[in-house]
Design a protein around this ligand. Structure first.
Ligand SMILES: Cc1ncc(COP(=O)(O)O)c(C=O)c1O
Length: 440
């Protein structure tokens, strides 16, 4: 049967339900996906920023196969060798003081459990989160989310208070330098904490680099300042590293860029390159101690699934053997950063190039002086058409990118090679010529 007909049986996330015109992928290798006609596409998105080691990495595939031959599944009730090995490999690369790991099936569950741990540990009700953030699509995570994806399901009753994080290109504080933005964003956060009442706030949840909502690396000093404010007010600092954890920024974790240790760290995606769904929470010692006195109120049937843990062991082994964290740093410093900045010089539609490691964005504008976005904030349907057209042009040229809002995000596998990077940048050059047509 025709694959596009079968696809119509699927209820698609985040979408108006109607027949789609998207490629049907049936194979992959490294930085490429292959469609059912045998056409190869360069994957500059790592799908939803998760295939950190690329597609079909042989070490990961054989780790999953070996585990499938031995024991496909097991309840979290029991001890298990591959689950323990995955936990050790995760804790070994974690920031200081995070010595235990709760395993989940993905990112949003990690956020749900991290916030629950914080609420039980502190006995406080409220959560702080940044505008322009994404934390997942279940109830608490969705309420924490600081962009328009929250609007349709926001009941306003989840105890979440939003604050402005640093974003120099569209500063909420009228700043003109990174240090000014850092100082003012921290002063704003301090006021939010003071006026909400520190004794009511269980946790602050923060992406270490804002991912899908803008690709916004924090200015130097910001994460350190957040850590200090949380410590001062006994607020649990939860780092959301679902998108940037496990090498994406050129360090094992985004917080390592600032040498900061959060109290809890939520992860998923890169931990096993998404080969089998897995996420989790790295638990700091103080919170772990709380649950040596009382039971933790929660669990998941598939927590620590053996096939997912085998994929994590395979992924982390490949990352160590092939030094993929260093690769990501080099990719950002020597290849993608300079390459994208060179494109920006040629194309007036590029307002700003931002990024770090293997996570970049081209923020597109109608006018560089006014910085008016190429499409309005939260645009859908006809008003989003220019960006949809750019995404379609990328695909047409054989490049998969993650187009969101007025941004073309570039997040390839950490082991993208220089020739592949050059091919992708050449396609982006052509696509930006189309974008320039929307400049006023
Ligand atoms: C920063 C961040 N947190 C949480 C999530 C939710 O993860 P999942 O989709 O695995 O539930 C995502 C997903 O993109 C994310 O980018």
């Amino acid at each position: 049967m025709d694959i596009s007909k079968l696809d119509q049986l699927i209820f698609h996330p985040w979408a108006v339900q109607s027949p789609r015109n998207v490629p049907a992928f049936v194979g992959g290798e490294g930085s490429f996906l292959v469609d059912h006609n045998g056409r190869r596409y360069l994957d500059f998105s790592s799908q939803l920023v998760f295939t950190n080691v690329g597609h079909q990495h042989p070490t990961v595939v054989s780790a999953i196969k070996e585990q499938a031959d031995r024991l496909c599944t097991l309840a979290p009730t029991w001890a298990n060798d591959v689950r323990g090995e995955a936990a050790k490999m995760i804790v070994d690369v974690a920031p200081a003081g995070l010595n235990h790991v709760m395993l989940t099936s993905g990112g949003t569950e990690a956020i749900e459990h991290a916030t629950r741990m914080a609420r039980v540990h502190t006995g406080r009700p409220k959560l702080l989160a940044a505008y322009r953030s994404y934390h997942g699509a279940t109830t608490t995570s969705m309420h924490l989310t600081g962009d328009h994806r929250r609007w349709a399901t926001d009941t306003g009753g989840a105890g979440v208070v939003h604050f402005f994080g640093p974003y120099l290109y569209r500063s909420a504080f009228d700043s003109s330098t990174p240090s000014e933005e850092c100082e003012r964003a921290l002063a704003h956060l301090e006021q939010v904490i003071a006026l909400e009442g520190p004794s009511t706030i269980a946790a602050l949840v923060l992406e270490s680099v804002i991912g899908g909502s803008g690709v916004i690396p924090p200015p130097p000093g910001y994460l350190e300042g957040v850590r200090e404010l949380c410590t001062k007010h006994a607020i649990v600092y939860i780092a959301d590293e679902v998108l940037v954890g496990f090498g994406r920024t050129g360090k094992w974790f985004g917080v390592d860029q600032a040498r900061v240790s959060p109290d809890l760290l939520a992860f998923a995606k890169g931990v096993n390159s998404g080969y089998v769904p897995l996420g989790g929470v790295l638990v700091g010692d103080a919170i772990y101690d709380t649950f040596t006195q009382r039971p933790y109120p929660g669990g998941l049937t598939y927590a620590g699934h053996p096939l997912a843990c085998a994929a994590a062991v395979g992924t982390l082994r490949a990352m160590h053997d092939e030094e993929l964290v260093t690769s990501a740093a080099r990719l950002g410093e020597d290849v993608l950063g300079p390459g994208l900045r060179a494109l920006a010089e040629q194309h007036p539609s590029v307002g700003e190039v931002r990024g770090i490691g293997a996570l970049w964005t081209l923020e597109l504008v109608q006018d560089r002086m006014t910085r008016e976005p190429l499409v309005p904030y939260a645009a859908t349907g006809p008003s989003a058409a220019p960006m949809a057209a750019l995404g379609a042009t990328c695909l047409d040229r054989g490049l998969i990118t993650f187009v969101f809002g007025n941004r073309i995000n570039v997040a390839p596998p950490l082991n993208l090679n220089d020739a592949e990077a050059a091919d992708g940048l050449a396609i982006l050059d052509e696509v930006l010529s189309v974008a320039d047509g929307y400049v006023t």
